[in-house]
Design a protein around this ligand. Structure first.
Ligand code: NAD
Length: 476
């Protein structure tokens, strides 16, 4: 069995000490395709020492020179995006077209941070006493420990790497063990572009052991995690205990609100496209479809029609629109959500049963009239299930939408400017997208409120996360 050379430490690729390995599977067949070498604590110690040295080099590299290297990395990622996309599909399962967008789009994220890093201005504050010069400097926070998940192996990781590097930080990134190869190629592009040794380090390992070891280390000054709420809560607590800055991009349960004044069929088609993208394994995926009563039946019919037309298959097949789920855990979880909702009285309008293998396939599934207490209405489904529920007034739907502890993304559709403004103002969500899908561009902040975490990736806020503030007062 092929062993993936997975560790990038101090500019060198290696398979580490080989003490522990993880199995990597193709979710479309369920077959094991490789073994992944995992970092030992000795490997992590080397990575920490490298990140410490790398930080001293990189923080003294001018923003101009950092930007040039990052732009070169962006070009390399774009040039290699077909190969990177094939690796995403092989290990994660999403259709190749979606993987290509992810891989090619990574170049955009790097370019944006490269530009923004050159504009990380401080400021001058007028003094009370003549002759005093008061300046505010923005300095890189220090070596970063970053943890990224398997649902977007490249675009989740690239935001952390590009943000940290643009600010002048070094980074130890722990990639997702289930989908390592595209992460490795992403890091190779940074390395080939000229990022100095030790500045970017990539490891894989036993997640809880790696995060515990890195966050406790004195070397690490900032933690960034994307993943589930329970893990985010525990990493945030550990980071707090050690007074490390932290960005947490956690789960969501996005409401998708359809008012009665819209083109219902068009909104249903858009909603189905958004829902079933990446098999619904997206933190900002619409999950609770609230539809105003007078257009409810029409919406359900159009939504199911669009969902039924979605072709399930191996992501490498050009006609596939819905690939396998990334791992068998998701298939089990999705089936449990469906069975629970049906037992509580929901109606199954589409799908509802996994194909049973080979591979981890689950079809586009629509549940209607789902009771509020059903697990799928309360827990993040992270799968291809749309739950459709009716509502009567906008005030009523705002209350329903805000009733969960999540607050990542929300979508709303209405032609009324008053309703749109009310929804934008009242939805408890880090991101609100009205009448279209308008989230996740490199230049816009991406992040949640409540249990969905804190801090943003993307936008100028994404870069701010990697800076500290230094105030200098000088006379003479
Ligand atoms: P999980 O909670 O075990 O893992 C989620 C991610 O966190 C994985 O990438 C995993 O490697 C990592 N992780 C787990 N424990 C960790 C630790 N102690 N330290 C550092 N990293 C750790 O669950 P899972 O089965 O892999 O995924 C299922 C759930 O995770 C989903 O239901 C969803 O809520 C959430 N998730 C969210 C995102 C997101 O984009 N916010 C991405 C992937 C998964």
């Amino acid at each position: 069995m092929r062993v993936i050379e997975s560790l990038l430490i101090d500019g060198q690729w290696s398979s580490g000490t080989h003490l522990h390995q993880a199995d990597v599977f193709n979710p479309a067949t369920g077959e094991q395709i490789a073994k992944l070498s995992l970092a030992s604590t000795a490997d992590l110690d080397r990575a920490l020492a490298a990140a410490q040295r790398g930080f001293q080099v990189w923080r003294k590299t001018s923003a101009y020179d950092r930007s040039k290297i990052l732009r070169k990395a962006a070009d390399l990622v774009r040039q290699r995006s077909d190969e990177i996309a094939a690796l995403i599909t092989l290990e994660q399962g999403k259709p190749l077209a979606e993987a290509k967008l992810e891989a090619f789009g990574a170049g955009d994220h790097i370019d944006w941070y490269a530009e923004e890093g050159r504009r990380a201005y401080g400021r001058v504050i007028p003094p009370r006493v003549r002759g005093v010069r008061q300046t505010v400097l923005r300095e890189p926070v220090g070596p970063v420990a970053a943890f990224s998940p398997w649902n977007f192996p490249v675009s989740q990781l690239v935001r952390k790497i590009a943000g940290a590097l643009a600010a002048g930080c070094s980074i130890i990134a722990k990639g997702p063990e289930e989908t390592p190869s595209s992460c490795i190629e992403l890091c190779r592009a940074f390395q080939d572009a000229g990022v100095p040794e030790g500045v970017l380090n990539l490891v894989f390992g036993v997640p809880a052991e790696v995060s515990d070891y890195l966050i406790r280390s004195d070397v690490i000054r900032k933690v960034s995690f994307t993943g589930s709420v329970p893990v985010g809560r525990s990493l945030g607590a550990l980071a707090g205990q050690h007074l490390k800055r932290c960005t947490l991009e956690l789960g969501g349960h996005a409401p998708f609100i359809v008012c009665d004044d819209v083109d219902v069929n068009a909104v249903a088609a858009l909603g189905a496209g958004l829902k079933f993208r990446n098999g619904g394994q997206i933190c900002a995926s619409p999950t609770r479809f609230y539809v105003q009563s007078s257009v409810y039946e029409q919406f359900v019919e159009a939504f199911c029609k669009a969902g039924a037309a979605i072709k399930l298959g191996d992501g490498h097949d050009a006609s596939t629109q819905l690939g396998p789920l990334a791992n068998p855990r998701r298939v089990t979880a999705v089936q449990e959500y469906v069975d629970d909702a049906l037992a509580l009285g929901a109606h199954l309008a589409l799908g509802g049963k996994g194909t049973g293998g080979p591979g981890f396939f689950y079809p586009a599934t629509v549940l209607t009239d789902v009771p509020e207490g059903a697990r799928v209405m309360c827990e993040e489904p992270f799968g291809p299930i749309a739950s459709v529920v009716r509502f009567d007034t906008v005030e009523d739907v705002i209350e329903k939408a805000n009733s969960l502890p999540f607050g990542l993304a929300a979508f709303a559709f209405t032609r009324s400017i008053q309703r749109a403004t009310l929804l934008a103002d009242e939805l408890e969500s880090g991101m609100v997208s009205i009448n279209h899908f308008g989230l996740a561009a490199p230049e816009t902040p991406f992040g949640g409120v409540k249990d969905s975490g804190y801090g943003s990736e993307g936008g100028s806020e994404g870069l701010d996360a990697y800076f500290t503030t230094k105030f200098v007062s000088q006379i003479g």
